[in-house]
Write a protein that binds this ligand. Structure first.
Ligand SMILES: *Cc1c(COP(=O)(O)O)cnc(C)c1O
Length: 465
């Protein structure tokens, strides 16, 4: 038997063990970080490992790796497992194409382009639109910023930065905006953080006021980032109002939908990004709301000219056949590029656009269940708002950082905390669409039972209820 066939048999055995383990212990056996190298043999050695020991070691690694697909994982802006997407990703690994040329990727090029075409339609972009699959949401934001920079100052591609370009984003936006401004040569000090209202949404009036100040000081307003689903509260910036301003001052408008941009699939929730078709670029992570394996991030541009202007370079050793429309390397940041499209395509193809809509709506349904539970129970205080799948709360005045850490260390459930307006709280993310009502209620039951039997949890000073 060929070695790949033998290893796939081993793979199936390991998968079986992992799935059983997930059923039995939804939270992984935790290894203290400073015990890691003593408790599990991660060393690489001169001599090979014999097959049986190799298998046993792999099982050990699987058991102690944090489990992100189970019903007690609420820590991140991803979770759960869409099996048809897993299937697609496994096939992508076996095929091992690189997405830069038609010669090497063949029909995979069409698979990627079809996802981009359909996504552009859902956003409402016109016939000149296109896009690509960057390595993640941070990279999507980076590519958007580069296109915005080059659109304002085309010279800078050849000569470097010479103008005082200014970029805008809300103080609640993702931290990649700050990093990207440094990478792009714009500089961190040339980002303006616009304040958010009480529900975490950018205040458009403050954006315009800030732009006027910058113009007066000789700055050149260049780019504005609006967020569809902020990282902590899951808030949606008012795109229409921001688009009015970006059009007036001739700035690039990017909508960062890494977290919740997948509402484009939902009749019920797409109103949250009303006006998105007026943006210059839009990105979303299918590995967040749509549940594909990491990473699967898509950036779309209303006018593909900007993608080519900023990212294409001639390379005779690479582009030897077929046209630009089939050689996707001409519009990407990378050279060799993983096939992130196939897993999304197998999911989409197998459940249809209607199925993706159900995945999105389910998360909001689960959020409503959590909100109702919190609102009907006076031991809880709520910090988040309707139309968000980030449920932010505190329980019985307990310090949320201490509680989250204890829940993790005792392997009870995995959930994180966040802050807004000087308040810190637990953030329950209802992004795993495989969960049901009973799983959300079970989370609260598990949390309450843990607090009951753990008397020494610190309380925060005086919380006004
Ligand atoms: C997750 C997230 C990002 C970053 O995406 P990565 O794929 O993790 O790089 C950017 N913006 C927002 C709003 C996010 O939630």
């Amino acid at each position: 038997m060929s070695s790949i066939k033998k290893d796939l048999i081993l793979f199936n055995e390991l998968v079986e063990a992992l799935l059983n383990e997930e059923e039995k212990n939804p939270v992984a056996e935790r290894i203290e970080a400073n015990e890691l190298y003593n408790s599990i043999d991660l060393s690489l050695n001169q001599s090979p490992m014999i097959d049986d020991a190799f298998k046993t070691l792999l099982e050990e690694v699987l058991v102690s790796t944090p489990k992100t697909a189970t019903k007690l994982f609420f820590n991140q802006l991803f979770g759960g497992r869409q099996s048809k997407a897993v299937l697609g990703d496994l096939l992508a690994v076996l095929l091992n194409n690189s997405m830069y040329t038609y010669k090497v990727a063949g029909p995979q090029v069409g698979i990627e382009q079809e996802i981009i075409r359909q996504s552009c339609n859902l956003v409402g972009y016109g016939s000149n639109s296109n896009g690509t699959f960057p390595t993640g949401g941070s990279m999507s934001n980076y590519m958007a910023l580069i296109m915005g920079r080059d659109a304002k100052d085309p010279e800078c591609r050849a000569n470097g930065m010479s103008k005082p370009l200014i970029v805008y984003t809300s103080k609640e936006s993702h931290y990649s905006n700050a990093k990207n401004a440094t990478f792009a040569g714009i500089g961190k000090n040339n980002i303006r953080y616009i304040s958010a209202d009480a529900k975490g949404r950018m205040i458009a009036e403050d954006l315009e006021a800030q732009i006027k100040v910058d113009i007066q000081n000789g700055g050149i307003p260049t780019y504005v980032n609006a967020t569809a689903g902020t990282t902590v509260l899951g808030a949606f910036d008012p795109i229409d109002k921001i688009a009015d301003i970006s059009e007036k001052y001739n700035m690039w408008l990017h909508v960062d939908g890494a977290y919740c941009g997948s509402v484009i699939f939902s009749e019920k929730y797409k109103h949250l990004i009303k006006g998105v078709e007026r943006s210059n670029s839009f990105s979303y992570n299918a590995h967040k709301m749509l549940g594909t394996p990491l990473t699967c991030s898509i950036i779309l541009v209303n006018d593909k000219k900007h993608l080519y202007d900023s990212f294409s370079n001639d390379a005779d050793y690479l582009y030897q056949t077929d046209g630009d429309d089939f050689n996707l390397g001409k519009t990407s940041f990378q050279c060799g590029r993983r096939n992130d499209a196939l897993k999304f395509w197998t999911l989409w193809k197998s459940i249809g656009t209607k199925g993706l809509e159900k995945i999105v709506d389910q998360q909001f349904d689960l959020a409503t269940i959590a909100l109702d539970y919190i609102r009907n129970n006076s031991d809880y205080k709520l910090y988040s708002f309707d139309d968000s799948i980030s449920i932010c709360f505190n329980y019985k005045n307990i310090d949320p950082t201490a509680l989250c850490t204890a829940l993790y260390e005792e392997q009870i459930t995995v959930v994180g905390f966040g802050s807004f307006d000087n308040e810190t709280f637990i953030r329950l993310v209802t992004i795993n669409a495989n969960n049901k009502k009973v799983d959300i209620l079970n989370f609260f039951k598990v949390l309450e039972a843990f607090v009951e039997k753990t008397p020494n949890l610190t309380k925060v000073a005086e919380m006004s209820v």
